[in-house]
Design a protein around this ligand. Sequence first.
Ligand SMILES: [Mn+2]
Length: 263
Amino acid sequence: MTRKDIQELLDEAEKRFAEEAKLIRLESGEVIFVGDTHGDLEATEEIIRKYLKPENKLVFLGDYVDRGPASLENINLLLQQKLKHPDGLFLLMGNHEGRAVMSFQPSDFWEGLDARLRQRYGEVLSRLPLAASTPNGVFAVHGALPDISVLEDVERIELGSAEWHQMIWGDWQDRDGEDLGIDPCTGRPQFGRDWFERIMSRLGKNVLIRSHQLDAPSVMYDRRCLTIFTSSAYTGYVPERTIALVDLRTEVKNVDDMRIEIV
Ligand SMILES: [Mn+2]
């Protein structure tokens, strides 16, 4: 892509995201949830080739750039596909898309851009939606659950707010507890089982699908919290690129009511 192509893509994507809700409501068909891809262009291409069909919805859980070898190509392909299939593919915000709000390491994608493009990617990716919801019991975010009362509150979450940090940067600890404070090493907010159960009950949801946290057990809290990754950039940590498939026609009570596939 030329620089002009990229600028046009970003302009179009910005308009599209400005029209999209912060909470994506999925109504019918089968939903394919995709974890962090982190510059793994091949993973994204494979998922689009295999699963992007009129009867499916694809929900990417954030972290499209940094770590992997093809961040620029990965985010550009995802933005192009979003414009081509605005109601078939959804891109939630990960912390690596929130660079305009909060800096972090590694950020090789961002550091490799010149100042003008860094600003434009920052502006456009700041507009990504924050969460997805299904009518059969599933809620999906990049990190953890925000301290909100009802689903509609997602629309009012401001970039950089406490709720934004919980949702985009939050980790789960596999033990009892509510707000477990900030991890002094990573700076990430930590939450326990009581926080999970309380907020899920408020939102009327059974299962949370998220990504973001490499050291999390893949399944927690009575099999109601699923953590998936879909990037070869994590080789050595997680062995496989994993996705979760949810049929919206039947209730999902726990992780056993959905399908897990390797791509
Ligand atoms: Mn992340």
